[in-house]
Design a protein around this ligand. Structure first.
Ligand SMILES: [Zn+2]
Length: 316
């Protein structure tokens, strides 16, 4: 039976799976990415995981068609030019580094592109011809899927939607610009906005209840707070929803794409922000276009990336 290995390297986790031609995950591994230990360590962990899964495939008598990997950052033909989580990965040919150690075809792409491929194959975007995938996590990842395939741009760098400018005089971003979308609409963006929240009193109530200061509040704390009806937590998710709508409106206006599939850690708080997103989006788009927009949750969770990475080698 034909199958492939899919690898999904994030800033926090490294995941890998052995996937059959129908998209069934036959084996799944996850461990901490440990980005701080440097490039060689991360690549060695990735190769170790892939080797374990290749051995598993051999044991099961499966034919492995290739190894696909999703990596965060600006990638062209398997070369990482810049990665937000791995600062020492500059013009690093990771595709070659993996292929050199494994005697299988290797394909490396941007991580959000892999998530988009996974959702298009087996998730919420199944059957769609056009959609935009957004991962709402530490930053914003984007995958642009048009005419039944990924649009990677002329050099392969498309989909960096998190760096669309939404506040011209906003704070500086690691990309070199200012006021980028992900400074407002991501886990790191929310943490920043929490410290600037206008209603100090409700923030202090939340801090007191949690027993920690605002600099140590996590998105999980906020999500829990929102579920319990906490004023500050609910207001923060509304703010997030507002900014999400601002960015989506620009994408709708530029591309006339109707479906937005959203995953990533913050998407679990969907019901606490999505209404605000619709409102904010409606204010910034033509009536006719905004009523056609569908905002839907991704379905595949933390397996979307590995499935999408593997799908490159499977007939989908
Ligand atoms: Zn930026």
């Amino acid at each position: 039976m034909p199958c492939a290995i899919g690898i999904d390297l994030g800033g926090t986790n490294l995941r890998a799976a052995l996937v059959d031609h129908k998209g069934k995950v036959l084996a799944f591994r996850r461990q901490s990415a440990e980005a701080a230990k440097g490039r060689d360590f991360v690549v060695a962990s990735l190769l170790n995981m892939a080797t374990q899964l290749l051995e598993e495939a051999t044991k099961r008598g499966l034919t492995v068609l290739g190894v696909g990997a999703g990596i965060p950052g600006i990638i062209e033909d398997g070369v990482v030019y810049q990665s937000p989580h791995f600062s020492d990965w500059v013009e690093f040919d990771i595709q070659k580094a993996i292929a050199h150690k494994l005697s299988y075809p290797v394909h490396v792409d941007n991580d959000a592109n892999c998530v988009a491929l996974g959702e298009a194959w087996l998730g919420s975007a199944r059957g769609l011809t056009h959609f935009i995938l957004l991962t709402l996590g530490t930053g914003i990842g984007g995958g642009l899927y048009m005419n039944g395939q990924l649009w990677k741009g002329e050099s392969g760098f498309a989909g960096e939607m998190g760096h669309m400018v939404i506040e011209v005089f906003g704070p500086p971003c690691a990309c070199g610009s200012r006021g980028c979308w992900e400074l407002y609409c991501s886990a790191s963006g929310m943490k920043r906005l929490m410290t600037l929240f206008e209603d100090v009193q409700s923030r202090e109530v939340f801090e007191k209840k949690l027993g920690k200061d605002i600099f140590h509040v996590t998105i999980e704390d906020l999500y829990q707070g929102a579920k319990e009806g906490d004023i500050f937590s609910n207001a923060m998710f509304k703010k997030f929803g507002y900014y999400l709508g601002v960015g989506i409106a620009s994408l709708v206006n530029a591309l006339d794409i109707e479906t937005f599939v959203m995953g990533g850690g913050i998407s679990c708080a969907w019901n606490f922000f999505i209404e605000e997103t619709h409102k904010s989006l409606a204010k910034r788009t033509y009536k006719e276009t905004s009523k056609r927009v569908k905002l839907i949750q991704a379905q595949l969770g933390d397996q979307a990336g590995v499935l999408g990475a593997a799908s490159v080698f499977l007939s989908v």
